[in-house]
Write a protein that binds this ligand. Structure first.
Ligand code: DC
Length: 202
């Protein structure tokens, strides 16, 4: 059992780093944002948030529409509701304890879900760099409007995620900070693998 907790704001590179770390060590990966996105998508279809969270099924995470910017905002809104967060805890903790090792990325993995994770990373970058990356990602899928709009969205989500009362986004005291503003993907991935190796994985 080995849990790698990777937290940080939207579009800092958590997903890419998490997938690469999981692949390197042969660990399973859970993008916990998808849980909140799946609940957010259900609220957009009219289901009350707490009811949606309590009834969430693994198959709900396979929906390709979950990656869009409207769902991201809906996810960040349902994520402030304590009952929604509580409904998703058991699934996440069970995943963290799986025998082959786990990498989990989100906002509160190192602080709330796995406070005793063997390795904790906090991946961040400036809001401008993150908005630019997210804009390029969305543009490639034909989903983006303008860079300015993406920046406003990123800042709104940062604000909501960092300032909520329940499990706000913040680095755990023992997390290693990786600022990817000036790093390319390979440099950021190498740094993360180095930290996780030092903590005894592999
Ligand atoms: O990582 P993401 O962009 O897919 O996350 C979408 C939203 O879900 C994010 O703005 C806040 C919420 N979230 C959370 O509150 N806790 C997590 N562990 C993961 C995501």
């Amino acid at each position: 059992m080995f849990c790698v907790a990777i937290d940080g704001p939207a579009a800092a590179g958590k997903g890419t780093i998490s997938r690469a770390v999981a692949q390197h060590f042969g660990f399973a990966h859970l993008d916990t944002g998808l849980l909140y996105r799946a609940v957010g998508a259900k609220t957009m279809a009219g289901v009350p948030a707490i009811k949606a969270a309590l009834a969430l099924m693994p198959g709900d995470l396979d929906n390709p529409d979950l990656r869009g910017p409207e769902v991201a905002q809906a996810a960040s809104k349902v994520a402030v509701i304590p009952e929604v967060r509580a409904a998703l805890v058991d699934f996440q903790r069970a995943f963290a304890r799986r025998s082959g090792g786990a990498v989990m990325d989100g906002r509160d993995i190192g602080t709330v879900i796995c406070p005793r994770a063997e390795a904790k990373l906090f991946v961040t970058a400036s809001a401008e760099v993150r908005a630019k990356r997210r804009f390029q990602e969305l543009a490639a899928k034909g989903l983006a409007n303008s860079l300015d709009e993406v920046l406003v969205d990123v800042k709104a989500r940062d604000d909501r995620d960092m300032n909520r009362a329940e499990a706000p986004l913040r680095p755990a005291d023992d997390a290693v900070l990786i600022d990817t503003s000036e790093l390319n993907i390979q440099e950021a991935v190498d740094m993360a693998i180095h930290v996780v190796t030092e903590r005894g994985a592999g």
